[in-house]
Design a protein around this ligand. Structure first.
Ligand SMILES: [Zn+2]
Length: 263
């Protein structure tokens, strides 16, 4: 959705309606964007990265409730068609007017999102990006990488999966979904999926494969209902299982699992 509006286009104007989201906008944010074109739009973990002709990269995190609206401007400046339905314009915090006539608006009711700018050669060292684990859908990720990252962790595997240094971009929902798919209890100790030297045990192989499977499926079918997430009290969706989905809290986050087929 964003790529056609941003890639190859220049920032003609930037409207900031507040001084901060989760953190303050960087100094001279508007000046550092206006006149620059976006040469590439990529992603690392949950960060959107827009490469700019200035040599800087625009870093965006959507937080819990942030999203972009893309629409064609109907006049000069930041005039846009009226927003419909439940979109509340009072949460439109940033508007980019692009050289292709598109308005790209960042709306974020809870303001946990962030925007920052970093020099491209300093990007890997940026506080948001340094230390991130492999992308789950990249060739760097697999049973070996997962086992290596977990083999010294005495915490539950579910909690380890949410650690972005272990694997980048698995959140609370798909950690539960992947563990159900792999029949692995979220309470299992992370180190138990690896040998003492960090080699993968079968559980690491199953879990790595399930992470790739559930994420790939979610991208292909974003509206598909979850199998276990927020389904506590309902029968386990595994046809051969008589269990009931249960909810527990681990490290302050809800985990959903089947105590019968997940061991
Ligand atoms: Zn089950």
């Amino acid at each position: 959705m964003l790529a056609p509006a941003l890639t190859g286009a220049r920032f003609d104007a930037v409207l900031l309606r507040r001084a901060n989201l989760r953190i303050p906008f960087p100094a001279a944010f508007e000046d550092r964007l206006v006149g620059q074109a976006v040469t590439a739009l990529t992603r690392r973990a949950k960060y959107l990265l827009a490469t700019l002709t200035s040599g800087e990269t625009l870093i965006v995190h959507l937080g819990m409730s942030g999203w972009f609206r893309v629409e064609r401007a109907i006049g000069p400046a930041f005039e846009a068609p009226p927003v419909d339905g439940d979109d509340d314009p009072k949460h439109d915090h940033v508007v980019f007017r692009m050289s292709n006539g598109m308005l790209v608006t960042f709306n974020d009711p809870r303001r946990f999102g962030l925007m920052d700018l970093a020099a491209r050669d300093g990007l890997a060292a940026h506080a948001a990006l340094k230390g991130l684990g492999p992308e789950p859908l990249s060739t760097e990720f697999g049973a070996a990488a997962l086992a290596r990252a977990c083999h010294r962790k005495k915490i539950p595997i579910k909690v380890a999966l949410l650690d972005q240094r272990v694997v980048a971009g698995v959140g609370n929902i798909y950690a539960s979904e992947a563990q159900h798919d792999a029949r692995i209890s979220p309470k299992r100790r992370a180190s138990a999926i690896a040998t003492a030297s960090g080699a993968p045990r079968p559980a690491a192989t199953a879990l790595a494969a399930s992470i790739v499977k559930v994420l790939t499926r979610a991208i292909e079918r974003p509206q598909a209902r979850f199998k276990v997430y927020e389904r506590d009290g309902t029968p386990c969706p595994r046809r051969t299982c008589s269990g009931t989905i249960r909810r527990v809290v681990q490290a302050g986050r809800s985990t959903f699992y089947c105590p019968v087929c997940q061991r």
